[in-house]
Ligand binder design. Structure first.
Ligand code: FAD
Ligand code: NAP
Length: 342
């Protein structure tokens, strides 16, 4: 069994394993490099236990007395090539942006708008990661996961995952039941369908004098926008958007629009309206505010930050205060997107 487990640590600091840079420890941290290693270790894990990818969407509130399984299964493979499509697979531990760059380098379309999202392939279906008008559900084919209770491998197809806005079955009905080990994507061969609806992408391409963009141009534009706007976790601890953008019904939106005619809004196909949580938070006066070593980012109020030595509990307390001010001002209860590890 031991030869299958790559690295095993006792009382390991998790500070370098979460992009908030929170200091907390794990009783055991086991790095998993293969499905066989995962199946071998599952019967012996200590509870409470957690599954860790790149740690870019978690907030650690306490030390973890049990086991943390760090998913490091490698491998990117072109599985099958058809006239118009290519099936690509990647191990759960593959860095997400590396997968995007692999696709762009091989002129495979569909992932380019998702450039520079931190984290791993294995975590990408958890919240159906999305950015700049694309979600992984648009290119997802299937995934392989190990059932925690039995150690058995199971294949999940797209329709089984109940993908929604920053949501999937793994955040609801199957929460804590499976560990994702591999994901398959269906990508396009040229000519690609380009997704240019987000204004910022159009602006960058226009400024660069690009009229007929390639998927590489889109990837480069997204990298440029993100690098300029979002804080780099290597410089300021953060986990991206702390809350989801709320989607409200037409009635509540109409009332808000009367009161705040300038409110940015994005009508959805089902008649509901998506509102940018960052704007709501900014209107409550939180943008760029700092309390101790916690705060909201100066360029994007939706991103909560750790300026150095903030604890998970301090960041959580700030999030609760922000949620309460938005609720009082707009009658909207923001939902936390970041996974809280108690
Ligand atoms: P982790 O943070 O390690 O884990 C997240 C959750 O998934 C945890 O509950 C964990 O237990 C679970 N998990 C992880 N791996 C597995 C696995 N193999 N099997 C089962 N469960 C698992 N998100 C977006 O959607 N769009 C963005 O544009 C975006 N931008 C970001 C920008 C910044 C600067 C940062 C810091 C974050 C951003 N995020 C964004 C959030 C985050 O990067 C994504 O949610 C990402 O998919 C998390 O991957 P991870 O490997 O770091 O997951
Ligand atoms: P932004 O461009 O300032 O826009 C604010 C919000 O408005 C976005 O979150 C987006 O919702 C929505 N929006 C903007 N243009 C839209 C359009 N044409 N159609 C529909 N909705 C539109 O956002 P940002 O903070 O710089 O982020 C840019 C993109 O990266 C967004 O897609 C965002 O989701 C993603 N991002 C996500 C995270 C995370 O942790 N989840 C962190 C950073 C960036 P959507 O979120 O639904 O796209």
């Amino acid at each position: 069994m031991k030869s299958l487990i790559h690295i095993f640590y006792m009382n390991k600091s998790l500070q370098a394993f979460n992009t908030f840079g929170i200091e907390a420890s794990a009783g055991q941290l086991i790095e998993i490099n293969s499905v066989a290693a995962l199946q071998a270790v599952l019967p012996d894990i200590k509870t409470p236990f957690y599954v860790l990818g790149g740690g870019s969407n978690i907030l650690l509130l306490n030390d973890i007395k049990g086991t943390v399984l760090k998913m490091s299964i490698p491998g990117i493979k072109i599985e099958r090539t058809f006239k118009h499509a290519v099936y690509l697979s990647a191990g759960a531990g593959v860095n997400w942006h590396k997968l995007v760059l692999f696709a762009v380098e091989n002129n495979l379309g569909g992932l380019e708008n998702l450039s520079l999202i931190p984290g791993t392939v294995g975590a990408s279906p958890m919240q159906n990661i999305g950015a700049y008008g694309v979600e992984i559900k648009d290119v997802f084919h299937r995934l392989e996961a190990v059932e925690i209770a039995t150690g058995k491998l199971k294949i999940f197809r797209r329709k089984e995952l109940a993908f929604g806005y920053r949501n999937s079955i793994f955040k609801n009905k199957l929460k804590g039941k499976y560990i994702i080990t591999k994901v398959w994507f269906k990508l396009s061969k040229p000519p690609h369908r380009l997704r240019l609806a987000y204004g910022a992408i159009k602006t960058v391409l226009k400024n660069a004098g690009i009229n007929q963009p390639t998927i590489r141009d889109i990837s480069d534009a997204v990298i440029k926008i993100r690098s300029e706007k979002l804080p780099d976790p290597r410089e300021i601890g953060n986990a991206g958007s702390f809350f989801k953008n709320p989607v409200v019904d037409a009635g509540l939106f109409a009332a808000l629009h009367r009161q705040y005619p300038e409110i940015p809004h994005y009508p959805q196909a089902d008649g509901t309206v998506k509102l940018p949580a960052g704007w709501l938070i900014e209107q409550c006066g939180w943008k760029g505010k700092r309390i101790g070593d916690t705060g909201t980012h100066v360029r994007q109020a939706l991103v909560l930050v750790n300026y150095g030595t903030a604890s998970g509990a301090e960041i959580h307390a700030l999030a609760v205060k922000i949620r309460e001010s938005v609720r009082q001002k707009f009658k909207i209860t923001l939902e936390m997107e970041v996974n809280i590890w108690h």
